[in-house]
Design a protein around this ligand. Structure first.
Ligand code: SF4
Length: 448
């Protein structure tokens, strides 16, 4: 169980020196208890107190990393049951399954899809990160060869899947520097898998047939000194697996159950043969509460919705998603193309740029920094008003890209046109665009 703020306070130096960034030791203790501060921020905690406080300040779900470099997958570290309470922290890794018994063409196709399926959205690159390599052949040599190939051909974070210690040792040896996830220690093989994970310093997945058995196994492994564990409760039906995901999250956060305080791995690929059902199952686990989701294959129509769902759920609801302020060409605009302006709330940008694209009228879209507020909200807050818009247009550099001096503003803020014209001067014409983004296509097509 975690300590309360008062219990933590009793272990602090009580000098109120402020070096931790808050005025008093009590305030620091309260922040620590609420998970809003790191123990390392106080340089004066005694070693004895540190040992006690480390337990209290440890995240209820252990954060860990799989893979290296830019494609490292961070999972765990969650502190809330519901996104609106605060935010979800580390998005689940999406993995494609490869077997060492698959035909060459199938392996090559899946690897190619892993590399090709990337999408740009809200200024981010959405892509899957993981490849799960499964030893179905029982041949350590074949398994090792496939692991080496995946490592050489991709930047994927790897999941090595076999119950056999010999094959796992060969797989780990082939890619230990990539920090793979070792899947999975069971009651039968844990004694052989523990030294593998310890020597290679790799996270270890743990699989059992019930939550009770899973707790016993994680207790055994943590007692052996392993900390980076990933849980597989063993269920392969949606209903049971979903219940167990929820139970594990609640147990870790609400009951402070350390035996279940680890991220989880789920296998929609083993729950159905139907790819659309598999996508729906995966979508369920994106929301609640998988750390890793293993899919049988990646296809655009399945992967893209999952990536967007993941993006939406794993953004901080307290911070609007924003675009960079600047000039965004839509199509291949020329010096005669129309100029439109909007705010930098990402959703607004994507709706407006999408409508411009649909019109097939190449245009310049000016995106103004309104701290992520949408058009009307920014206007009401005084951030998207005539003089501010005018100042931005003058500094944006758009006059070097077009020879006309005409700007189209959203119809919803038609009231600012007078102030804007005054700010821009008589060379400029301010045109009032449609109130609704849905009408931009028709507006541009008819020559605005
Ligand atoms: Fe207290 Fe430590 Fe913060 Fe100083 S740095 S105020 S001793 S908690």
């Amino acid at each position: 169980m975690g300590l309360t703020g008062i219990q933590i306070f009793k272990l602090l130096p009580k000098t109120n020196c402020k070096e931790c960034g808050v005025p008093t030791c009590l305030a620091f203790a309260m922040n620590l208890a609420a998970g809003k501060a790191e123990l390392s921020a106080c340089p004066y905690v005694s070693e004895d107190a540190k040992a006690l406080l480390a337990e209290a300040s440890a995240p209820p779900i252990r954060p860990l990393s799989i893979g290296t470099g830019e494609n490292v997958v961070k999972i765990g570290g969650e502190t809330v049951l519901f996104r609106h309470e605060k935010t979800f922290v580390n998005k689940p890794g999406l993995a494609i399954l490869l077997s060492d018994q698959m035909p060459e063409a199938e392996v090559a196709g899946r690897l190619q899809r892993f590399k090709d399926l990337k999408y740009e959205r809200v200024g981010l690159t959405l892509r899957p990160e993981m490849v799960a390599v499964k030893n179905d052949s029982n041949d350590p040599g074949k398994f090792e060869a496939l692991v080496k190939r995946v490592k050489a051909e991709t930047d994927a974070a790897l999941i090595l899947m076999t119950d056999h210690a010999g094959a796992m040792a060969a797989g780990v040896k082939a890619c230990a520097d990539r920090v793979p996830l070792i899947y999975a220690a069971t009651a039968g093989n844990a004694d052989a898998f523990v030294p593998l994970a310890q020597e290679a310093k790799c996270p270890l997945a743990v699989r059992a047939d019930s939550l009770e058995a899973l707790c016993q196994l994680t207790d055994k492994l943590t007692a052996a000194g392993l900390k980076d564990l990933v849980l597989d409760s063993g269920s392969r039906s949606l209903r049971r697996a979903f219940e167990e995901q929820t139970f594990i999250r609640r147990a870790a956060l609400v009951q402070k159950n350390r035996s279940l305080g680890f991220p989880t791995i789920t296998f929609p690929c083993e729950m159905t043969q139907d790819s659309m059902k598999e996508a729906l199952i995966a979508a369920t686990f994106v929301a609640k509460y998988a750390g890793i989701i293993v899919l049988s294959d990646f296809r655009g129509e399945v992967l893209f919705p999952l990536l967007v769902e993941r993006l939406n759920i794993y953004t901080d609801p307290q911070r609007p998603m924003m675009m960079q302020q600047g000039i965004y060409p839509v199509g291949n605009p020329t010096e005669d193309s129309p100029v439109l302006i909007t705010t930098n709330f990402s959703l607004t940008y994507f709706i407006v740029s999408g409508e411009i694209e649909s019109s097939r009228v190449p245009s310049w879209l000016l995106v103004m920094d309104t701290e992520g507020l949408s058009v009307l909200t920014a206007w009401a807050a005084g951030k998207f008003v005539g003089d501010a818009i005018g100042g931005f247009i003058k500094k944006s550099g758009i006059t070097e890209k077009v020879k006309h001096r005409r700007v189209i503003i959203p119809g919803a803020v038609a009231a600012v046109s007078g102030d804007l014209e005054e700010e821009l001067g008589k060379d400029w014409e301010v045109k009032i665009g449609p109130r609704e983004a849905a009408h931009i296509t028709a507006f541009l097509k008819t020559g605005n």
